[in-house]
Design a protein. Structure first.
Length: 290
């Protein structure tokens, strides 16, 4: 009886192999240890999460990474200052270093070109990459953001948000910026509760340094108009960054825009419309023979 059971188990492994677990590793990016996950086979897709987020929250729990891994080689990274990656407190360790982290990741894997998907902060990084290293990308998807387009306003926001974090006042400036401009702002109590939830398991001083560094991510209209990379923007109808997406569309007429009705900044990436739009866009731009 035991032998028959053993033979059956072996046959199951041969004909129905267990799904391969994600490969979790680290690499050194100019002195900072960065954590990443690799899963699936096919054309490469790099995933960049949002501010205060990580691989698990933005890409695994939302089922985006598992869905992509069915047809693509997915590489998701914990951006410096986040997740299991290094968290220096020196603001000089962020800024353009976070842009170059993506290029170093591609070099680490010897990947000449990739699809790239960023959400919120990850979308800002992606937009900056399109102006600095367009030759490394097949397509770009901007989720919940469009890049740093409003120079003075963006700088004031970064300074205010960083100061609030450094002073132990939480994420109120960030929450206000991401709220629907057509709706009442959350109450102070609601902002405090959300702030505590988002900052749990995060290094607040590292996040403040990340925010200071964002002032280096500004993009100019002429730079983005020169972009020829197929680009998709997916934004919630109640996302405070929808204004930036509308502005980007005037700079980049070829930009494909998908608006998810009634979605706010914090939940659009979890909506099935986000996943469906992303998968359809990538399928439409597959590179045969890559």
């Amino acid at each position: 009886m035991f032998c028959r059971a053993l033979r059956f188990f072996v046959l199951c492994l041969l004909f129905f192999p267990l799904a391969a677990a994600a490969d979790e590793q680290f690499f050194d990016s100019n002195g900072v240890n960065l954590h990443y996950i690799v899963e699936g086979q096919g054309e490469p897709v790099v995933l960049l999460h949002g501010f205060t987020g990580n691989i698990e929250r933005h890409w695994v729990a939302s089922d985006i990474l598992p869905a992509l891994a069915k047809d693509y080689r997915v590489i998701a990274i914990d951006c410096r200052g986040h997740g299991q990656s290094g968290k220096p407190h020196d603001r000089q360790q962020y800024g353009l270093e976070m842009i170059e982290d993506v290029v170093r990741l591609l070099d680490h894997f010897q990947i000449p070109k990739t699809h790239i998907v960023g959400y919120s902060m990850g979308a800002h990084i992606t937009a900056k990459l399109l102006t600095m290293h367009p030759e490394r990308f097949l397509t770009a998807t901007l989720g919940g953001g469009a890049g740093r387009l409003r120079d003075a306003d963006d700088d004031r926001f970064s300074d205010e948000a960083a100061a609030a974090l450094e002073q132990g006042k939480g994420l109120a400036p960030v929450i206000r910026r991401l709220s629907n401009p057509d709706q009442p702002l959350p109450t102070e109590e609601q902002m405090q509760e959300l702030s505590q939830r988002l900052l749990a398991n995060n290094d607040v001083l590292a996040l403040a340094a990340v925010m200071h560094g964002m002032t280096a991510w500004k993009i100019e209209e002429a730079q983005i108009r020169a972009d020829r990379i197929p680009t998709l923007a997916v934004i919630g109808s109640r996302d405070g960054f929808r204004i930036e997406v509308q502005m980007l569309k005037t700079w980049m007429p070829s930009l494909e825009v998908v608006v998810i009705e009634d979605a706010v900044h914090g939940d659009a990436y979890r909506r099935p419309e986000f996943r469906a739009s992303l998968l359809a866009f990538l399928q439409a731009h597959q590179q045969q023979g890559l």
